[in-house]
Each structure stands twice: as structure tokens, then as C-alpha cells.
Design a protein around this ligand. Structure first.
Ligand SMILES: C[S@@+](CC[C@H](N)C(=O)[O-])C[C@H]1O[C@@H](n2cnc3c(N)ncnc32)[C@H](O)[C@@H]1O
Length: 204
């Protein structure tokens, strides 16, 4: 990257930090984070996701697009990516930044309504970053079970979370959970939580 491009990228990161923090101040529960994830964290999220499985990729809670960018940097075809973001201003920014991906402004908890596909689309990977701490454990497990209905064979779900134990406990016969190493340069340090179909040898 040239010096000029590096300066532009650093300026955009600073602006994103300020904007993210402002949105968090207005709605901390919905945002769940004071800052966008670090580039290393986003790369870990993508490396943990089963993007090599053939099929579309679903990103839930993309914010200002750091995981989206990491997907593209990893060589994922933009035509495979659908990103669902609830915040209308963030969704508009994502559409500007990544015109080749399918950005939908809507609720990532209700895929049938938001995708409007009658439940038909199955994904190679779901990259999930929506805060769920307000939900009791059983509701989180039900939610993730519904996401597993949307995964292709061999596909997995990866989750951004700052918790140090599995945010969603494994459901026997349905999905198992494992974690990446801690990414220390994230604010705060965090792991990627990886949910794989029960009994399947995790690909990562
Ligand atoms: C913790 S931030 C993660 C942002 C980005 N993925 C990152 O890693 O920096 C959570 C994002 O989820 C979005 N969000 C919250 N509730 C949502 C929902 N029901 N559906 C879709 N997105 C939602 C927020 O607006 C915010 O952009």
C-alpha cells in the first residue's frame, strides 16, 4: 500500500472509531461494542468460517464492514456475500463501501422475514456479530439452532463475543462449540466462537 493509501485508510479507521462510539453511546445494548473489531480479529473470524464450502455467505451485524472487508481480502467473491445490518446509517455506508455485495437493512434475528426467501436459502457460513447477552441461554440455543437450519452440510457459524466462556452452549446432536486463540489487539481482547454441526469434525 502506498503512503497516501495508508494515510487514507488510517483516517477512515479513526472516523469509523468515532462514529461507532457515538452510535454505541446512543444505543449500547444494540451495538454491544464501543469500537469496531480489529483487522486481526476480523481476519480470524473469516479464517474460522467455512468459506471454502460452496455457496452463499451470510454476515449478521456487519457494523461498518470490517469483517466484510476481511472476507473480500481473503478472496471471497462479493457476489456470494449477503450482509444484514439493522442500523440504517451503517447499512447505507456499507452499500457505498461494498457496492458488489448484497447489503440488507433489517433484522438478522428474523431471517425468514428479512431475506423474504421462504426459508429456502442455505449458507456455506454464517458470520454472526449481533449482541445476544440480553437473551437467556435457552433462547440463544434456539436462535442458533434456527441458524443451523440455514447452513449447508459442512458449514459453520462463527460468533464475535467478548465472553470468555461459550456465549451459546453446545446443543447435543445439533451443534458443538470451540474457540479461536485470543486476539489481543482487539478492544477488548476476544476470541471467535466457532459452532460446528454436531459430530462433524471441525474444519477449523
Ligand atoms: C458488536 S457490533 C459488530 C460490528 C462489526 N461486525 C465489527 O465486528 O466491528 C454489532 C452490530 O450489530 C448490529 N445489530 C444489532 N442488532 C441487529 C439485528 N437485530 N440485526 C442486524 N444487525 C444488528 C449493530 O447495529 C452493530 O452494527
Amino acid at each position: 500500500m502506498s503512503g497516501r493509501m495508508e494515510q487514507d485508510a488510517a483516517r477512515e479507521r479513526r472516523k469509523d472509531l468515532a462514529r461507532f462510539f457515538g452510535t454505541w453511546m446512543r444505543n449500547p445494548v444494540k451495538m454491544g461494542a464501543v469500537a469496531p473489531s480489529s483487522a486481526r480479529y476480523c481476519a480470524t473470524m473469516v479464517a474460522s468460517a467455512t468459506t471454502e464450502v460452496d455457496g452463499p455467505i451470510l454476515e449478521l451485524g456487519p457494523g461498518l464492514g470490517c469483517v466484510t472487508r476481511a472476507l473480500l481480502e481473503a478472496g471471497v467473491d462479493p457476489a456470494r456475500i449477503t450482509s444484514i445490518e439493522y442500523d440504517a446509517e451503517f447499512a447505507a455506508t456499507l452499500k457505498d463501501r461494498f457496492p458488489a455485495i448484497n447489503v440488507i437493512q433489517g433484522d438478522g434475528f428474523d431471517l425468514d422475514a428479512t431475506l423474504g426467501d421462504g426459508g429456502r436459502t442455505r449458507f456455506a457460513a454464517i458470520l454472526f456479530a449481533i449482541p445476544i447477552v440480553k437473551f437467556p441461554q435457552e433462547e440463544r440455543q434456539r436462535l442458533f439452532s434456527r441458524y443451523f437450519d440455514r447452513l449447508l452440510p459442512g458449514g459453520n457459524l462463527t460468533q464475535l463475543s467478548y465472553l470468555w466462556k461459550p456465549p451459546v452452549r453446545a446443543v447435543p446432536g445439533r451443534f458443538d462449540v470451540s474457540a479461536s486463540d485470543i486476539v489481543w489487539d482487539n478492544i477488548p481482547p476476544a476470541r471467535v466462537w466457532i459452532y460446528s454441526q454436531a459430530g462433524a469434525a471441525p474444519l477449523h
